[in-house]
Design a protein around this ligand. Sequence first.
Ligand code: IPE
Ligand code: IPE
Ligand code: MG
Ligand code: MG
Ligand code: MG
Length: 380
Amino acid sequence: MNPRFGIASHKSLHDGIFRPWLSLFASTISRTVTGMDSESFSARFKELRDLVDTSLAELLEQQPWPDALRRAISYSLMAGGKRLRPALVLMGCQICGGNQKDALPAAHAVEMIHTYSLIHDDLPCMDDDDLRRGRPTSHRVFGDALATLAGDALQTLAFETLGNAPVGPAIAIDCVRILSSASGGPGMVGGQILDLEAERGAFPAGPEVGVNLQNSPRSGDSGRNSGLPSVETTVNGTLKPEDSRNPASTNDSFRVEQLIQIHKMKTGALMTAALELGSAVASATADERERLKKFGQNIGLAFQIADDLLDVTGSDERLGKETGRDNELGKLTYPSLIGIDASRQKAITLVDEACVALDIFDDRADVLRQLARFIVERDH
Ligand code: IPE
Ligand code: IPE
Ligand code: MG
Ligand code: MG
Ligand code: MG
């Protein structure tokens, strides 16, 4: 058995969610947070997480699936994720005056899409990871075929769940439109493609890149994207393409623009959708919807920057996934491109900007301000 699998239950990762790993964050972001203290926020977040966990487990029980599929889906979906995206749906709905119960199906749906994206992200043909949510990855336990199919079934269940939501056809259709766009080609899936292309400096893609996205298994990491130029990360964190076919790839500001596009699509789109879903279910005003969308776009990018930073500075045990993989795979990430300190500063600025968008909600939005703070202060 791989020694990396000997990790404590990921459930324990939720204990003490405020463990500021950067005093810089704590001092800067606190000014954007008003009435709600961190203990009240932690209690509210836990309450929402418990609600999502319990109701998701019930929903899985009702599915007429083959046993193998039930085991595989349950293994990944009930493995103790942070439930950040469903919490955003529920909080967004509540802040706009909606009923939490009406938003629960949308909260489930977004977590199903997220979990499917993680299962597929870990596959040998993608990031080829062994550990997720404190457990061996789905394909390591169930094999590539069942892991792929578990992701597929989670995706379709997400839309079935939205279709069954007690919100009336107009809102249900709006929700389907929001989630399908955010999770498909214009959003998560499109971003994942750009992320893979960007490995070893090959984004924007040349015409032959589609062929080169054939990856080999983990044991042969050197063979992943084998036709692409390799990338070294220097001490100050700047990427140095050794043999780039893309002349613009040496231009750092151009590459930052590429990176922002990747992060907004692969991660930001689904987080933004979570807030849009919450406001749609609440029949929010156009201004409220726009504000929450803007908040989601900023925290979505901040979240992925924090994820990139944690891959460099975090611990496998706290994160429940293996660190250092981005560098091993030659991923285009914030710390590798602009360095650790500038990445931290960028995340702080994004959270500040996110909170400005919430001003029309007054202290009703304090829970979201605290969540934004958690996103960049977290250690898991
Ligand atoms: C991890 O997301 C994948 C990214 C988009 C970076 P989370 O950090 O929210 O993962 P879970 O749901 O808590 O496992
Ligand atoms: C994944 O980004 C984004 C998804 C759409 C799943 P990463 O590849 O950085 O996520 P982790 O670090 O494996 O969780
Ligand atoms: Mg990935
Ligand atoms: Mg990954
Ligand atoms: Mg990552």
